[in-house]
Design a protein around this ligand. Structure first.
Ligand SMILES: Cc1ncc(COP(=O)(O)O)c(C=O)c1O
Length: 388
């Protein structure tokens, strides 16, 4: 247990709520979940399912009708051909990190993963006694990998490569050309790729982000992680899925039957409605996120000492704050305690996140403008140091 980590967003949320309980006003930009309600037709489908008696155990792998819907959706959106036999439905996206890593990693295996990155990757790698091999994401490359570092880090012990695009915490999207280089490097290696595509539907500029599975020879090496939390504002429903080779589906089902038995049945019925129903709710949410992205990035770029790249996906802004002269933790604590803006220290996402802070813009435009105004006011704290 000494080796397993946590997710700081939840800790910071607790600290922010404690300040609120003392009467302080806090703008919450720490937690990564859409602030929109789950679409009404999805909620209705869950209510109907409860009335119809979908309140019992179901198949461990997931309801066949939902797996059909997921397979069709993933095939269409990634330009690949997968069927329901490749799908595992699980309670949230996270179990598709947890179960496949348990199934695949042995002590001493090396795992390449993005840094800064979703903290659960490194936590699970360490928990299983495998060796974390972080690859820095480069701000000047739109937060894609340093590809030379990636190439040099591959070894005979590399067992798994984690990709995440669109990315948490940077909002970066791995360009098609970079994925092609990565696919060429991995094609003849005995490795598995965990492609975390939980933000696959939340992107802003042009075509949908490419998936490594679309490159020749990659599908049989890849686990796609996706789910309902972000796309349909369903974080509390706990429903996600993995798409992977059938031999790994079997392993995940064994781990599922030992831990959860199955994912809740009535929520899966709602999942069918989400995937097969109208998608304008998703398009409206993404359009609103785009407006917020433009507003917060423009605002942050006006803050002395901040430099904010424009993210291509997800709902995070990840400004470089080295110009303030404060380290990330000091700045994040200052913003929470003195300015009333709750954000995450970039170091929570790994060593290469130092020098950055993460703002989740899953909050109203009014609150985002208020946060920027508070940060600009707070900048008097570091502006004199900048002038020196
Ligand atoms: C990159 C990434 N992967 C996976 C997850 C987990 O999603 P879920 O809440 O569905 O478990 C998150 C949630 O923040 C995430 O940011």
């Amino acid at each position: 247990m000494n080796n397993i980590g946590v997710e700081s967003a939840f800790d910071v949320l607790v600290r922010a709520r404690a300040l609120e309980a003392k009467g302080r006003s806090i703008v919450h930009l720490e937690i990564g979940e859409p602030d929109f309600p789950t679409p009404a037709h999805v909620v209705e489908a869950a209510k109907k399912a409860l009335d119809e008696g979908w309140t019992h155990y179901g198949p461990t792998q997931g309801l066949p009708e939902l797996r059909e819907a997921i397979a069709a959706h993933v095939s269409r959106t990634r330009g690949i051909d997968v069927g329901p036999q490749h799908v595992s439905v699980v309670p949230g996206g996270k179990p598709i990190i947890f179960f496949p890593m348990i199934a695949l990693l042995e002590p001493g295996d090396e795992v390449i993963y993005p840094n800064p990155g979703f903290p659960i990757y490194e936590s699970m790698i360490r928990f299983l006694g495998a060796k974390p091999v972080p690859i820095p994401l480069e701000e000047k490359r739109g937060f894609s990998f340093d590809l030379d570092r990636f190439r040099d880090s591959l070894s005979d012990r590399t067992k798994m490569v984690v990709l995440n695009s669109p990315q948490n915490p940077t909002g970066g999207v791995i360009p098609y050309e970079d994925l092609k280089v990565i696919a060429d490097l991995l094609r003849d290696r005995d490795v598995m790729i965990l492609s975390d595509e939980i933000y696959s539907q939340i992107y802003y500029d042009g075509a949908a982000p490419a998936s490594i599975t679309a490159f020749p020879g990659m599908l049989e090496k890849t686990i796609i992680l996706d789910g309902f939390s972000k796309t349909y504002a369903m974080t509390g429903w706990r429903m996600g899925y993995g798409v992977m080779p059938t031999w790994l589906v079997e392993a995940v089902s064994k781990l599922m039957v030992n831990s959860n038995s199955c994912t809740a049945s009535f929520t899966q019925r709602a999942g069918i409605a989400a995937i097969n129903g109208p998608q304008d709710c998703v398009h409206q949410m993404v359009a609103e996120f785009r407006r917020r992205r433009d507003a917060i990035c423009q605002g942050l770029n006006e803050v002395p000492g901040f430099r904010c790249a424009i993210p291509g996906g997800a709902f995070y802004a990840f400004p470089n704050v080295t110009g303030t002269g404060m380290d990330s933790k000091e700045l994040a604590d200052f913003l929470l305690n003195e300015a009333g803006v709750s954000c995450l220290n970039g170091g929570c996402f790994g060593e290469y996140g130092e020098g950055y802070v993460r703002f989740s813009y899953a909050n109203s435009l009014a609150n985002l403008n208020e946060a920027v105004a508070r940060i600009k006011k707070a900048a008097v704290r570091w502006e004199p140091a900048m002038a020196r």
